[in-house]
Design a protein around this ligand. Structure first.
Ligand code: BES
Ligand code: ZN
Ligand code: ZN
Length: 478
């Protein structure tokens, strides 16, 4: 999809459809041509409503769309992101190939322009790349029109949403087409195209280093594991060194503690955290923030082959801590702790991880909020501030030391699962045991990385959650 910015009178914009925002509670319609639409009752400005006027007099555009924007007082970039997404999804099924949005005073702002473009690019994404026929048609062009110079904001929004779609496309790939080495190859290709340093630790290297926890999980699969490491260094080296870590389980059968077959196909999305980190790095390479950023994606396939971990097996992690694997389905934390220890050895000053870690976070927060855990409230505040500006819902979860009692075993330093209760918290607590004093935020995205139902503004399937928050975090690091 082509994204353009124009500073011309919007009556002159040539497009299949020109969107004009129509607010619900506007006393006088923002533009006189909504008058008749409003009077007829066809346009009330309700969010996502999209009545069309064909061949509007005095316009170069083929259609005028009164894009329902809801009440003006609750209008934000997050709302506009959804409006353009919904408009793209609704109109492209009607043969519309080019859409323009007019952002006039008082809405001619950079944050709104970026969000509008993001919504359009994200809304255009489809999950049907492996279909041979009946694919949805792409929108060809999205044009932002404004009297203000919003060209930089438009470019910024396109970069961000393209990165988020890169993540979604990775998450959408099934386990057979995207095993760990293929994920590593895609990461290396992205890194080369964007000028990032890339290092892939292979199985031998990880054995030399002593990543027994990650390698334990990998044992059950014929597919070799990898540790993907990407590095962005700003022109002026920074004191702080941010590390993004993402769970990259390319398929999670559960291992010997096997999952029920119902819905297991969705476990191809168990690398969504890793994919979010890779997407964020693509945008970071292009937008060039002032902070050093290292990305680490431990990637394995969790299978139940003849060499697989058994319940009760004890592995030694890179840090030297031993772990009793009571449940082979709690594999994400096993690969993440070796990544966390590796990050600490690199000397990173701050860590944030994203992982489809627990079913328990879905019980706690549903499909609405990401669960956010931390050992450092200042670091969490930064992440939550970025999430808020990016319209990603995140909720602070507890992680006090009282939960330590849930992780006890006589046989090793730690068991890899707690008891029946507080499963998302015990998983987070397990990770925390490896963070030492390094400020760290853990984002459990098991409930938010995948959309079970199509929304007006987003296709069912991978959401790319955390990509925008990670980019914003790096761009506004201070
Ligand atoms: N990948 C799953 C978590 C998950 C569940 C992601 C549902 C997305 C949707 C993770 O590896 C897992 O299986 N966790 C177990 C942990 C349990 C054994 C303590 C779980 O949540 O059931
Ligand atoms: Zn699992
Ligand atoms: Zn998993």
């Amino acid at each position: 999809m082509n994204v353009e910015f124009r500073s011309i009178p919007f009556t002159a914009v040539e497009a299949d459809a020109l969107l004009l925002l129509h607010f619900e509670d506007a006393e006088t319609p923002a533009h006189e041509w909504f008058g008749e639409l409003a009077a007829s009752g066809e346009s009330k400005g309700k969010l996502f409503d999209l009545p069309l006027l064909h061949r509007p007099a005095g316009f170069a555009a083929k259609r005028l769309a009164a894009a329902g924007a809801g009440p003006a007082k609750s209008f934000t970039p997050a709302v506009l992101r959804k409006i353009t997404g919904a408009a793209v999804r609704a109109l492209k099924t009607k043969g519309v190939r080019s859409i323009a949005l007019c952002l006039d005073h008082p809405y001619a702002e950079a944050a709104l322009a970026a969000a509008a473009v993001e919504g359009a690019v994200l809304g255009n994404y489809e999950v049907d790349i492996h279909k041979s026929e009946g694919k949805a048609t792409d929108l060809a062009t999205f044009i932002l029109v404004s009297p203000a110079d919003l060209a930089p904001a438009v470019a910024h929004g396109e970069t961000i949403a393209t990165a988020q779609n890169f993540t979604r496309a990775l998450v959408n790939e099934p386990g057979n087409l995207l095993p760990p080495l293929e994920l590593a190859a895609r990461a290396a290709k992205m890194a080369a195209a964007n000028g990032l340093d890339c290092e892939i630790l292979d199985e031998d290297r990880m054995r030399q280093l002593g990543m027994g926890s990650l390698l334990g999980v990998a044992m059950g699969s014929a597919q070799p594991p990898a540790m993907i490491i990407l590095r962005y260094v700003p022109a002026e080296p920074s004191q702080d060194h941010l590390c993004l870590i993402g769970k990259g389980v390319t398929f999670d059968t559960g291992g010997v503690s096997i999952k029920p077959s119902d819905g297991m196909e969705k476990m191809k999305y168990d690398m969504a955290g890793g994919a979010a980190v890779l997407g964020a790095m693509q945008a970071i390479a292009q937008l060039k923030p002032n902070v050093t950023v290292t990305a680490i994606v431990p990637t394995v396939e969790n299978m139940c082959g003849g060499k697989a971990l058994r319940p009760g097996d004890i592995v030694t992690s890179l840090s030297g801590k031993t772990i009793e694997v009571l449940n082979t389905d709690a594999e994400g934390r096993l690969i993440l702790v070796d990544a966390i220890e590796y990050a600490r050895r690199l000397g990173v000053t701050h860590m944030v991880d994203a992982a489809t870690l627990t079913g328990a976070i879905v019980v706690a927060l549903g499909h609405v909020h990401v669960g956010a855990f931390t050992n450092n409230d200042d670091m969490l505040a930064k992440v939550l501030a970025s999430a808020r500006t990016q319209g990603e819902n995140m909720w602070h979860m507890p992680l006090d030391d009282d939960y330590k009692d849930y992780l006890k075993t006589p046989f090793a330093d730690l068991p890899n699962i707690g008891g029946r209760w507080g499963g998302a918290i015990t998983a987070a607590y397990f990770l925390k045991e490896w963070t030492g004093g390094t400020p760290w935020v853990h984002l459990d995205i098991a409930g938010t990385a995948w959309l079970e139902e199509t929304k007006p503004f987003l296709a069912k399937g991978p959401t790319g959650v955390c990509v925008r928050t990670f980019i914003d975090l790096a761009m506004n690091w201070r």
